[in-house]
Design a binder for this molecule. Sequence first.
Ligand code: GDP
Length: 295
Amino acid sequence: MFENLNEKLERSFKMLKGQGRITEINIAETLKEVRRALLDADVNYKIAKTFTETVKEKALGQDVLSAVKPGEMMVKIVHDELAGLMGGKSVDINMQGNPTVILIAGLQGSGKTTFSGKLAKHLKTKKAKNPLLVAGDVYRPAAIDQLKVLGEQINVPVYTEEGSKEPVKIAKAAIKYAKEKGHNLVIVDTAGRLAIDEEMMNEIAAVKEAVSPHEILFVVDSMTGQDAVNTAKEFNDRLDFDGVVLTKLDGDTRGGAALSIRSVVNKPIKFVGTGEKLDALDVFYPERMADRILG
Ligand code: GDP
């Protein structure tokens, strides 16, 4: 991932790194290339523009021109700005409540069901939780079976109501069931559509209303670039979610979604999916992601 961006950024710094004395013009040229690299990675135009303007201000403010190693100083400034763009600090999920209720939202195919399984496994091992998975994607029968298979693999029970088409009822009954059986964590998978539609939004908003989740995670395919950002915005306007999960970062993603989502919706990325397997999940650390982008 990010190979292209990484390569282009490296190339844009080369000029500064080789220079004995650099000028304001050299910096401006470098930043023009940085901006182009960001745009090629599918970062939104306004974000790329503001980004390079901020870097320029900092570079001049920190006297890069008279620094002994101006190239390295610029890379450091860009690194810190990239981490800042992605939120700066890592933000944990809210584990309050007994049971803690986590609602998973997103479009069909984004990786919701897979992520639900991954999260159950992660919290079971890392936070010693006793999770219950809830099959709330009632329109795609395969989704229910898929969740059951995932549940078996990680030894986590899956609550289903075969034949029911009422996700609100299912979610409420699942929480009651969790309390009876001593589950301290309930992860509710929900139905997605291929594109945003009113019915889906109404339904998930009704589930939110009915179960008052402690955490709502929005799952999005990082390969979809600026579409990912637009979808995030629509879901956030409607659901006011708590965090973003970027999936398929193992693929040929250009990086735009990772870099833009935070500043567009003002919600932190909390996890990234890096494969189809159940342990292919990473907690999101902006600093580490900036390290990877800069190579
Ligand atoms: P849902 O419709 O949102 O529930 O999506 P699914 O969980 O069924 O995932 C859709 C497809 O994406 C499946 O083939 C998953 O195996 C795959 N998938 C999910 N997460 C990842 C990931 O992080 N990396 C890769 N490479 N594939 C993923």
